[in-house]
Design a protein around this ligand. Structure first.
Ligand SMILES: [Zn+2]
Length: 79
């Protein structure tokens, strides 16, 4: 059975994503986490509104966790 090459090559564009860079201005580290933009803005108000999600590198993710700690203590999910 000969499947047409053209359709086989056409994969879902969302199947794989390359590494994202941190969304924080002036930071070009590779992002390890993505959060809803509104959540990220609680810690980094200077984030651009271009996307609905913000991508954070390890350092900024840690900073974000610290900045939103009070918030998170309310709903102790304990992960
Ligand atoms: Zn960063």
């Amino acid at each position: 059975m000969a499947a047409p090459e053209g359709s086989a090559a056409r994969r879902s564009p969302r199947a794989r994503e390359g590494p994202q860079n941190c969304s924080v201005p002036d930071c070009s580290a590779e992002a390890v986490r993505s959060l809803a933009l509104a959540e990220a803005k609680k810690a980094f108000s200077s984030l651009p509104d271009a996307e609905r999600r913000a991508h954070l590198c390890r350092e900024h993710y840690r900073a974000w966790k610290k900045a939103t700690k009070k918030d998170r203590d309310l709903k102790r999910l304990g992960w």
